[in-house]
Design a protein around this ligand. Structure first.
Ligand SMILES: C[S@@+](CC[C@H](N)C(=O)[O-])C[C@H]1O[C@@H](n2cnc3c(N)ncnc32)[C@H](O)[C@@H]1O
Length: 462
């Protein structure tokens, strides 16, 4: 490690910034956030620094830097556009053993300032030791999106309870366990609650309360996870996931979480729905935070009702975290909208087969004009779907697209008329997971996005 990471109190230190332009402005902003008194030496000041000066928030010495200036200050930042001045500031400051930073010049600095994620009093500092500041900034951007905005509030309010918690749990290990469990509960609930903390303090045991999140993992591309889904995945003790949740998504979960794959593979019923229901109830009853991770949106064609009923029946708190459903993901991947002011006034999301078979489906209402139809789990039923939709009035030439593995690296998009749907899919050996989209909006799919076109003769015959 080239630098010693430290958070220094500088409210009682004398800080000098040499330079009065935009770069100096950013540094002064940070120094003032840390309540430092700031002096600026520069022949000129930017308009916003002038305002600060007029408001009495910084001292301005209106001239060029002189070596004798250094002795007055503990911490010096050189932020001029004149390299010679920056070098001189660095040389004099280091000779006098002061802390000096020259902006963007680690070789001239004996301290560097990190990129920070500010959730005061919680502050995360990231540094590449000057090797690649843009990398540190990128990590900061990731962390900004991952760390809930209210962490500062949580830390501040926890601080107010420290003495009471100490009195209740004089033993350090016991106290640490209590805070750990409390933090899990606070993060899971999304914010601080004085009442819950009070209740927890009054309880005899310090065992945490379990809870379950039904989380949508989106259609496959890890970048399509929501921030909320990521936050829950980072907190959960256990991730109970379906087969369709891709490895790239699971990699983003808390490293030391327990992972349980309850995916129902065709023909294998290692985990029946009843067993999954029991499992998540049991895990939460043990006090665990459970992320029940499902492909797409957890409340669409995902047996959510059964899991909600089991959890609520057992008195377990459950929260739904929505995700991007396959219909949206696949349409976006194919470059089309699902509705259109002229072509599609509505959208129907439908399974391609009901619990009691395809005959219980209401094809009358499905074939209404000017709608887009998005069928989930269509692969095994394409022939019947084709026949039923046509016999209920949809044209043989209605536009269809099959999006296989939408948003994933191995995505395929096929186009066909309704009359040629099953044959096109069979010829291309379409496999699940795939979505079937039917309607005029499908014609907007750019030719370059399509992986297979039916032969022209077959299309015109349809
Ligand atoms: C049991 S349903 C779950 C749907 C999920 N809850 C959602 O909102 O997308 C599974 C079906 O979703 C569709 N599906 C899920 N991910 C997909 C993807 N990446 N590409 C195409 N279809 C997908 C397929 O039709 C698959 O058979």
């Amino acid at each position: 490690m080239d630098y010693f990471p430290v958070f220094a109190k500088i409210s009682d230190r004398r800080c000098l910034v040499v330079g009065g332009g935009a770069v100096a402005e950013r540094k002064i902003h940070m120094l003032r956030k840390a309540q430092a008194g700031v002096t600026v030496i520069s022949p000129d000041l930017s308009p916003s620094l002038r305002e600060l000066h007029l408001a009495g928030d910084l001292v301005w010495i209106e001239r060029r830097f002189r070596p004798a200036d250094i002795s007055e200050f503990d911490l010096i930042i050189a932020a001029t556009s004149d390299e010679a001045v920056n070098q001189e500031v660095s040389r004099v400051a280091r000779r006098e053993r002061r802390l000096v930073n020259v902006v963007d010049a680690p070789a001239l600095s004996n301290f560097i300032s990190p990129a920070i994620v500010d959730r005061t009093p919680l502050v995360v500092a990231i540094s590449s030791s000057g090797a690649m500041p843009v990398l540190a900034r990128r990590i900061r951007a990731w962390m900004e999106s991952l760390l809930p905005a209210n962490l500062g509030d949580i830390a501040r309010r926890a601080n107010c309870w420290r003495e009471r918690v100490k009195a209740r749990f004089p033993d350090l290990d016991q106290r640490r366990r209590f805070w750990d469990a409390t933090l899990d509960r606070i993060l899971a609930a999304g914010g601080w609650s004085d009442r819950k903390l009070q209740d927890a303090l009054q309880q005899e045991k310090d065992a945490p309360e379990g809870r379950v999140f039904l989380v949508g993992a989106g259609p496959g591309d890890p970048d399509l996870l929501t921030l909320k889904a990521l936050q829950v995945m980072q907190q959960a003790d256990v991730i109970v996931h379906d087969r369709l949740v891709s490895p790239g998504i699971l990699e983003r979960a808390r490293r030391d979480a327990e992972f349980i794959n309850v995916g129902k593979t065709p023909g294998s019923h290692r985990f029946t729905q009843a067993r999954i229901n029991r499992l998540i109830v049991e895990l939460a009853s043990e006090g665990k935070v459970v992320c029940r991770l499902k492909g797409g949106d957890p409340a669409l064609f995902a047996r959510a009702s059964e899991e909600l009923a089991a959890l609520r029946g057992a008195g377990i708190e459950v929260t739904i975290v929505p995700g991007i459903t396959a219909a949206s993901g696949c349409a976006a991947a194919a470059g089309i909208p699902l509705t259109d002011r002229d072509l599609a006034h509505g959208l129907t999301l439908s399974t391609a087969h009901c619990k009691d078979g395809i005959d219980c489906m209401d094809f009358e209402s499905l074939v209404e004009a000017n709608r887009t139809l998005a069928f989930y789990m269509p692969v095994k039923h394409l022939g019947v779907l084709q026949q039923k939709l046509i016999s209920h009035g949809l044209s043989q030439s209605a536009s269809c697209a099959i999006v296989e593995n939408g948003t994933r690296d191995d995505q395929r998009i096929l186009r066909a008329s309704l009359g040629q749907l099953a044959r096109t899919a069979a010829r291309a050996s379409v496999k699940a997971p795939a979505m079937l989209l039917v309607g005029d909006v499908v014609d907007q799919i750019p030719a370059s996005a399509v992986d297979d076109q039916p032969p022209i003769a077959a299309r015109s015959a349809a």
